[in-house]
Design a binder for this molecule. Sequence first.
Ligand code: MG
Ligand code: ZN
Length: 203
Amino acid sequence: MGIGGKVKKAIFLDRDGTINKLKFNQDLNELEPPHCPEDFEMIEGAVEAIKNLQRNDFLLFVISNQPDHAKGKTTIDKLQDVHKEFERQLAASGIEISGFYYCYHHPNGIVKDYSFDCDCRKPKPYFANKVIDEYNINRTASWFVGDRESDIICGKLAGLNTAFLTEGQEKLKAELNEDINASNLLEAVEGILKYNIKGICQQ
Ligand SMILES: [Mg+2]
Ligand SMILES: [Zn+2]
C-alpha cells in the first residue's frame, strides 16, 4: 500500500452461473454457457449485487473459462458476440468492470490452436495474479466469487478470500475451506460486505 494510500480491494467474479444463467442444451442434456447474445440472461439479483460492490469501492474484474470453441461447440466470434451483449447489459445498468479476462483454451479440446494445457485456465491463478500486480490490489481485502470448485481453488491460490455459490451444479470438497457459502451472488455480496465491516479481512 502506498503512503497514505487507500487499500485497493477487488472482487474477482466468475461469469457463467455466477452473473448470468447457464442454458440447457437439449441435444447434450447438459447446461452450458450462452453461445449467442439472445441467450445471455443475468441471474436474478446479480446486477443489484454488483452495483452494491461498486458502491462499496471494490474494483471489479471478471475471470472466466470459455472453452466451448476449443471443444468445437461454437466459434470465437460467437463468444465475442456474447461478451459484447454482457458488456452492453452491464453498461445499461451503470456497472463498470475494470477488466475482463477470458481463457479460450481447453487441455482436451478438438480445435488445435486452442487445445493445450495453457497457463490461464482456472483454477490456475494467472489472471488473478496479473490483475493483483497491475492494480496493486490488497489480497486479504479481496475476494474470488464463483459457482465451481475451480473458482475457489483459483481464489485460494491467489491468496484471496473466497465465496462459493451453492445454487450451481457443483458440490465442494470440505477441505477447500471457502470463506463464505451463499446460494447466489446477491447473498454472497451481503456476506462479503458484513465480513469486511467486521474487519476480519481489512488491513
Ligand atoms: Mg461458473
Ligand atoms: Zn487459457
